[in-house]
Ligand binder design. Structure first.
Ligand SMILES: Nc1nc2c(c(=O)[nH]1)N[C@H]1C(S)=C(S)[C@@H](COP(=O)(O)O)O[C@H]1N2
Ligand SMILES: [Mo]
Length: 339
């Protein structure tokens, strides 16, 4: 059975998509398993795993391999079988933003190999009763790893469709037992200039560590995941190994990579891009075709892969197409002011 989420308050076993509806939807979806109308989460997985035969095998640590293998595709948020075809692994792992390795799109793929991702630990602290430093294994193992096929829309107006493997951020937050003062979640990326040459440069724009943040209710939304893999394997380093956030309704810069610290805090964190250019990048960074970047339009996006002859420009959708799921989080807000 599949749970169809229309708004967060509808979450739960009550709202179940009958199998017949799901099956006819699957027929409509055509070839690409896991991509269909609406969002279906939870329950028994019924979609067949996409075929990753062309994806280079990874080399996950012993504890992660079985977690990745048991992941079931439960996803299904992309809606257009033509537009929302999976981006080839090659594009998703060679065209990256990861300023710790340089500002060029190919820098991360060329340089991120040198990052040592094992062992990895994450500090969970701030307004929590159950904080501390945890081995990544101990954070991931208690949760179910799920496959989620999400659109990723960069604020620079390009986008991809990526099949992530991840755990629910909500699970991790709940296990930390937030106090009543916890209102926001702050995330921090590793600082290790010997392995991250972009951090070594005195010309770097960013005041390291790279920082991101979410309001607590955003962080608790079932679409927000902490990814440990993609395309059926562990994360390539350039995509934020071994542990990165994925918030599909927000511009890509919110999806912070290689996380080493998660803090529950009272005040809204200042994220790295907001610190650099507050008139261009805000705290919310919800994908919004009606609110332009001061220097370019956000009404359309370039869906990768594309080429000169096939520019593949498509309309950007409100909340990146996840409005039914997340719109209620922003009821009553002026999204032009709170961008
Ligand atoms: N630590 C860190 N996280 C980061 C970035 C970065 O430079 N450093 N870039 C962000 C931006 S702008 C985007 S679009 C996505 C890109 O993710 P991908 O390379 O896996 O597609 O990562 C985000 N997370
Ligand atoms: Mo981005």
């Amino acid at each position: 059975m599949l749970i169809k989420i229309t708004k967060p308050s509808d979450l739960g076993e009550r709202d179940v998509t009958p199998e017949s509806v799901y099956l006819s939807r699957r027929r409509f979806m055509g070839g690409l398993a896991g991509i269909g109308a609406g969002l279906a989460l939870g329950g028994r997985a019924q979609a067949a795993a996409p075929d990753y035969a062309d994806v280079p095998a990874g080399d996950p640590p012993d504890w992660l391999a079985p977690k990745l293998a048991e992941a079931e595709p439960r996803v299904v948020a992309p809606t257009d079988p033509e537009l929302d075809k999976l981006t080839p692994f090659d594009d998703a792992s060679n065209y990256n933003n990861f300023y710790e390795f340089g500002t060029g799109k190919s820098d991360p793929a060329r340089r991120a190999d040198r990052l040592e991702t094992q062992p990895w630990s994450v500090v969970i602290d701030g307004e929590v009763d159950n904080g501390g430093r945890f081995a990544l294994e101990d954070i991931v193992t208690p949760s179910r790893v799920e496959e989620r096929i999400y659109r990723l829309r960069c604020v620079e107006a390009w986008s991809m469709v990526i099949p992530w493997l991840g755990i629910s951020l909500k699970d991790v937050i709940e296990r930390a037992k937030p106090t009543s003062k916890a209102k926001y979640v702050r995330f921090e990326t590793l600082v290790r200039p010997e392995q991250m040459p972009g951090q070594d440069s005195s010309f770097a724009l960013i005041d390291w560590p790279y920082v991101e943040g979410l309001r607590l209710d955003e962080a608790m939304h079932p679409l927000a995941i902490l990814a440990v893999g993609m395309y059926g394997r562990e994360l390539p380093n350039q995509n934020g190994a071994p542990f990165r956030l994925v918030v599909p309704w927000k511009y890509g810069f919110k999806s912070i990579k290689s996380i080493v610290r998660i803090s529950l805090v009272e005040q809204p964190p200042v994220n790295s891009w907001q610190a650099i250019a507050p008139n261009e990048y805000g705290f919310y960074a919800n994908v919004n075709p009606n609110v332009d970047h001061p220097r370019w339009s956000q009404a359309t996006e370039r869906r990768l892969p594309n080429s000169l002859f096939s520019p593949n420009i498509i309309d950007t959708r409100m909340f990146n197409g996840y409005e039914d799921e997340v719109g209620s989080l922003y009821a009553g807000m002026d999204l032009g002011k709170q961008y």
